[in-house]
Write a protein that binds this ligand. Sequence first.
Ligand SMILES: Cc1ncc(COP(=O)(O)O)c(C=O)c1O
Length: 398
Amino acid sequence: MAFSIFSRSPSTIADRCKSDQATKLRLRYAPYYHAMEAQQGTTVRLQGRDMIMLASNDYLGLSFHPKVIEAARAALLQWGASTTGARISNGSRAYHVELEEKLAAFLGKQACHIHAAGYLSCLSGVAAFAQKGDVVLADKNIHSCLWDGIRLSTATVERFSHNNPGDLDAVATSLPPETPKMMVVEGVYSMEGHIAHLPELLSVAKEHNCFNVLDDAHGFGVLGRQGRGTADHFGLTDQVDILCGSMSKSLASTGGFVAGDRDLIEYLRTHGKHTIFSASLSPSQAAAASTALDVLQTEPEHLERLWHNTRRYTAMLKSLGLDTWGSETPAVPIVLGDKQRAYTFWQALMEKGVFTVMSIAPAVPPGKDLIRTAISAGHTDEQLDRIAEAMAYALKKA
Ligand SMILES: Cc1ncc(COP(=O)(O)O)c(C=O)c1O
């Protein structure tokens, strides 16, 4: 076959993947997949240098809490490293059921099912309930796991503009009333830090007879009484059909949950492919999450410190004139507006020993290239001072 350097269109899957521009960019700048050599709370070591972690979702700073660590260690010794199986077959343990009951009671729902990843929970929270012929009305800024859930459900999708109940109403009104509908939103948007306009969204959903799914990965542990989440914050838990979330943020573990009426959770357990055919949460991770959930309820100082730090941090960013996209929560983006500026800003922070994550289009809308930061209860006053200095330095550079 003739070969020309001018016709380099990839002919195999391997060629296509190997010539991918995003991969090349990553290899050139390497701003992702940093492997840290050590960690102690909000301090991480990277290439031999101690840095402040400002990109973790450990909102309450519990991942190094002595009780959480001890519980995980004890569970490892008692139950081993893994269940090596799905809940439906060999992978169910008493501690799974205990954690589910505890979470359901905390959230104010009848029942709960936990998965080995938050991604799996939120994906299943949509995919198990929607089906072909339904229409899913989705906020256009929802997380990738929810989009995957929608796609796998084979339902039709209609997007409405971000956090906009009026647009949800317009889209729902354009559909036949008899079509089964589902609204999918987040409680706190992971990238933007926005709190969902839940009262208005739920009211529109109810008017149109929409089943609703709320992903509260970033509201859980952060909003509501003792951190019960966004629905609790608004006093609307009973209006939410499916409440899903992650245990890899405020609960300092991994895994996720889907909570709702008992019949719905039983339906998930018998119809959700991703629930049925995936191995269960490991003993140490379940124990860590379960103990973190106790700590949440017995040590209010972590939530108080989180909000103290968040207020101080966002006030500092505002005083520098940085654009935080109107974030109202500890998930705080710094919008720089273009890739190069975001990269320069990110690099300057790294230089000053502050670890953050750069997020550029298409992961964010064009013109919203940003640095994602997240505040933790674990940040000390001294760290917040150093972060402020680093921000001022990065702003000068960018
Ligand atoms: C909104 C949202 N939902 C679900 C997930 C998935 O959770 P996990 O990373 O624990 O799998 C994330 C992760 O960042 C998220 O931001």
